[in-house]
Design a binder for this molecule. Sequence first.
Ligand SMILES: N[C@@H](CCC(=O)N[C@@H](CS)C(=O)NCC(=O)O)C(=O)O
Length: 202
Amino acid sequence: MKLFYSPGACSLSPHIVLEESGLPYEAILASTKSHKLQDGTDFYTLNPLGYVPLLELDSGERLREGPAIVQYVADQVPDKRLAPPAGTLERYRLQEWLTFIGTELHKSYSPLFKPSTPEEYKPIAREHLDKRYAWVDEQLAGKTYLLGETFTAADAYLFTVTGWAKFTGLDLSGYEHLQAFQARVAARPAVQAALKAEGLLK
Ligand SMILES: N[C@@H](CCC(=O)N[C@@H](CS)C(=O)NCC(=O)O)C(=O)O
């Protein structure tokens, strides 16, 4: 498999899940700024939508959308329990989290990164995120990971987007369960490996 990623972008989530899976894969840099690969290939020829993450399977088929990619990878290695078995309520809990993180968190950060966003909109986006994080913090109380004791693909996604707070003026320091979660996930060897591979660790 090949994962097309950009350092620190939402593609870090499948990058972590691939590392956790232990499966062989290649990580290919596809900068969100240039939309070009290092060999000059126009990334739009691989993904007409131009965004990462993109997973190319060994068959040559390509899969888009982070929540779909992480579930695909997790399902290749059921023993790693990166996703609960399909059809169980727990699997829907995972999808509930992936959807929440994608639509309520990830896409609420996006305008904060765009130079074209009017300044007066930014506090509104931050307030929305803060309310959602207050809820996430409550959900994490007394838990190791979002689904309980086992690390899943949802944790990789929450960890990834929450890392953007410091770049977007969002103060999450008051959320103690969330802070503990971030530290716990960051300490996982697979997470360290993905961060290192993306050049995000010294
Ligand atoms: N719906 C997509 C969104 C992916 C996305 O927002 N990717 C961003 C990085 S976090 C990106 O590649 N932006 C550059 C662009 O859209 O050209 C998903 O969930 O996978």
